[in-house]
Ligand binder design. Structure first.
Ligand SMILES: [Fe+2]
Length: 258
């Protein structure tokens, strides 16, 4: 057993926080979950060209097609689509489309922002301001980024709006409740990763002192919303061969430096 694995086992009881039953306490849990926040009709209004698939097989084929289509935009300056290549060991299977509201009218992932922000902002603390949109497109994402912290110091909230269902086999988003407040452990983890390297991926922000067992996972349906504090430990668990992928709209809010 590796030293890091032993450390994870020792720390496990100290790193798990009790989850607030309502799943709505962003400050104490680090996330807020609202099932059925948007109806399918509303999602269709935001993404008028998006196709809803009834079966898993249909969804898998559709996502594969979209994945291939958007891979071609790699390094497009205006839209910033970042397709990961096979040489990139982590995140293979993920396309990140920045500013989908700038896509041309006929694009399947074209976003009409009309009323969307107003609804979400109701749940965002006042000291955060909207920064930008992304669409994450997952297809056969067998090696996603494992547990990590997005921004060690920066105050960053992401609101994930599900455009497709996301079940366990699709690689669900997971979060260690309360980990955004474990500043000392997170600092220690950062130092350890910097000196000894990460045993999860390649970054100093990897959640190498946290165990997947302490994660809370979020299987989701179209229209669900999850807001998460990106200072906490999180990640998309790998999908399996039965998984059909997922599409998620990400609405980014930042706390400006005052
Ligand atoms: Fe992340």
């Amino acid at each position: 057993m590796s030293v890091r694995k032993k450390l994870r086992d020792i720390l496990l009881p100290y790193l798990s926080s009790k989850v607030d039953k309502s799943l709505e306490d962003l400050d104490s849990n680090g996330f807020l979950y609202k099932k059925k926040f948007f109806s399918k009709i509303e999602i269709k209004e935001f993404f008028p060209n998006l196709k809803f698939c009834e079966s898993n097989i249909e969804k898998k084929i559709y996502l594969k097609k979209l994945f291939e289509k958007y891979s071609k935009f790699y390094k497009n300056k205006k839209i910033d689509v970042r397709a990961k290549t096979e040489n990139h060991k982590i995140d293979y299977g993920l396309i990140d489309i920045r500013d989908p509201d700038e896509l041309q009218d006929e694009h399947p992932l074209r976003l009409r922002i009309d009323k969307i922000l107003k609804r979400i902002e109701e749940y965002i603390p006042n000291n955060y301001i909207f920064n930008h949109f992304n669409v994450y497109l997952y297809s056969e994402c067998f090696k996603p980024r494992c547990l990590h912290i997005d921004s060690f110091n920066g105050k960053h909230l992401k609101a994930f709006i599900y455009l497709t269902n996301s079940n366990f086999e699709d690689g669900v988003y997971s979060y260690v409740p309360g980990s955004h407040k474990k500043k000392f452990i997170n600092f220690l983890q950062y130092i350890l990763n910097t000196i000894r390297g990460s045993d999860l991926g390649v970054k100093s922000n990897d959640g190498t002192l946290y165990s997947v067992e302490s994660c809370f996972s979020f299987p989701a349906e179209v229209g669900d919303m999850l807001i998460s504090d990106q200072r906490g430990v999180h990640g998309d668990l790998p999908c399996n061969s039965n998984g059909s992928g997922k599409i998620v709209l990400v609405v980014n809010f930042l706390m400006p430096n005052l």
